[in-house]
Design a protein around this ligand. Structure first.
Ligand code: XMP
Length: 512
């Protein structure tokens, strides 16, 4: 396994994902992890991330000096390379010119084992993002590459297995970056690349069995990717000892409840308690128009119902959740806490600790891509594994203002047509999240010989990597026209369809 020390670069998570993509297990820890903890972790290699500071700045992050005496290979990226250079007596200086964006890396001397095959005719395109650079290489190191702007862009000490790169191999804009990281973790660190879906599943199953023994486990199943994969995995491990609770709050998409039951209860034989709570949710929401109050009511009721159901299972000792690695990193970093809050809501969050259940989180170390890969391996339907995210409050935040059953029914039909067409036209997988929104506004239309006075549906589709910023998806006009026609013709109560062309920020992805 590989240890990644985080010096605050916006790309650190990407490094971890790339290492995992090389099928090597890794963990990400803050830069100040003590040397004893590092020794206990027993990494086969260490990667030092980039970071926003200058190495000579007051208060700049430093590392345990003994790290370089462990005898394991180290790869320093950007700030990480500067730290390494400084540690060994090289000189780091502020650049006259900042270098940001594409750059052409020029080979110098022999490439050595890490850079073998990295250059084509002495060049390799890379992505740069730095102010400072290394000017004088420390003793024992040699320069492997430079750019027009910076004299030292890659260094190595082959005997000590220490490597540094000024560019960012972890981003997509460095085309051969994955290859470089693969070479580092496999050839230089000697990791065997066994972190494959099959291996992850076997490992997780053994761990779940060890943890829970013969105890009973409950899990709140939402139909989303994370809770679904967690359910399938735990069921594979302990079968009948798992009971899932699926709350139908009346704010789900068309046939969603039936699909969840078909997949889990019927096909996989998972015990699922389906709680039909549409009326409870809708009556609690009657007359409430404020988005935040609606969210609180939906979240609170969910917790109540989940508690009621779990109290009936008096012998349950564990509460399983589909927490994934980015949630863990977010909350550990606690930078903003935003993503974590959204997630904890989604994961039946804020369950009171009076429940006295121990937490079982079998996906805690996995990235979304890995969760999806093991979901497929466990036999979950492709459409479930690759589904766009769906907010915990469901259609409750996609019906603007007061929620009514009549509105939810209309919205479900319009949304289903929209999504069906996105699948048919091949757009669905290119879009990060798409859905219809119900606007309780009536406008005038004409149908046949008659005048209509009906509601409006807005269509939203966004592209985003992190859901913090997002752009609207340029759906071709012909597809928009077809979708709009179908919705207006097939959904009674809608006579107007609009397409949302707002980016986030300043708009949000959801309308409420
Ligand atoms: P916004 O609308 O804030 O959404 O741009 C960003 C992402 O978060 C989802 N979202 C939620 N998820 N509970 C959830 O579980 C919520 O209350 C909630 N609000 C927004 C949204 O669907 C998008 O993916």
């Amino acid at each position: 396994k590989i240890l990644i020390l985080d010096f605050g670069s916006q790309y650190t998570q990407l490094i971890a994902r790339r290492v995992r993509e090389a099928h090597v297990y890794c963990e990400l820890h803050p830069f100040d992890l003590g040397i004893d903890a590092i020794r206990a972790f027993a990494p086969k290699g260490i990667i030092l991330s980039g970071g926003p500071k200058s190495v000579y700045e007051e208060g700049a992050p430093v590392i345990a000096e003994e790290l370089f005496e462990l005898g394991v290979p180290v790869l320093g990226i950007c700030y990480g390379m500067q730290l390494m250079s400084r540690h060994f007596g090289g000189a780091v200086v502020p650049a006259g010119k900042r270098e940001f964006g594409h750059a052409e890396l020029l080979a110098q001397g022999q490439p050595g084992p890490l850079f073998d095959g990295f250059f084509m005719e002495g060049k390799s395109p890379v992505w740069m993002s730095h102010g400072d650079h290394v000017e004088a290489v420390p003793a024992g190191f040699e320069v492997v590459a430079r750019t027009g702007n910076a004299p030292v862009c890659a260094i190595q000490n082959v005997a000590l297995r220490l490597y540094g790169v000024q560019f960012h191999p972890e981003v997509n804009h460095t085309p051969h970056g994955q290859q470089l990281l693969d070479t580092f973790v496999r050839d230089i660190c000697g990791c065997s690349g066994q972190w494959t879906p099959g291996h992850i599943i076997d490992d997780a199953i053994a761990r779940i069995r060890r943890q829970v023994g013969s105890d009973r486990v409950i899990l709140g199943l939402s139909g989303g990717v994370d809770s679904s994969v967690a359910a399938a995995l735990i069921h594979r491990a302990i079968g009948e000892q798992l009971t899932c609770v699926f709350v139908d709050n009346g704010l789900l998409r068309l046939n969603e409840g039936d699909q969840v039951m078909a997949t889990f209860a019927r096909n996989m034989g998972v015990k699922v308690i389906r709680v039909d709570a549409e009326e409870r949710f809708l009556s609690a929401l009657a007359g409430v128009a404020d988005p935040e109050r609606k969210r609180k009511i939906i979240g609170g009721l969910f917790v109540d119902i989940f508690e009621e159901e779990s109290n009936k299972l008096t012998d349950a000792k564990w509460l399983a959740q589909g927490t994934i690695y980015p949630d863990v990193i977010e909350s550990a970093g606690a930078k903003t806490g935003k993503a974590h809050n959204i997630k904890s809501h989604h994961n039946v969050g804020g369950l009171p600790d009076t429940m006295k259940l121990q937490l079982l989180e079998p996906l805690r170390e996995l990235f979304k891509d890995e969760v999806r890969a093991i979901g497929e391996e466990l036999g979950l339907p492709h459409a479930m594994v690759w589904r766009h995210p769906f907010p915990g409050p469901g259609l409750g935040v996609r019906i603007l203002g007061e929620v009514k059953k009549e509105y939810a029914d209309v919205l479900r039909l319009a949304d289903a047509i929209y999504i069906e067409e996105l699948y048919r036209t091949g757009h669905y997988d290119k879009i990060s999240q798409a859905f219809a929104v119900f606007l309780p506004v009536k406008s005038v239309g004409v149908m046949g010989d008659g005048r209509t006075y009906e509601y409006v549906v807005a269509l939203r589709a966004v592209e985003t990597k992190d859901f913090m910023t997002a752009g609207w998806y340029p759906l071709p006009y012909a597809d928009m026209a077809h979708i709009s026609n179908r919705i207006i013709n097939e959904v009674k109560g809608i006579n107007r369809v609009v397409y949302d062309i707002s980016s986030k920020p300043p708009a949000t992805i959801e309308w409420e």
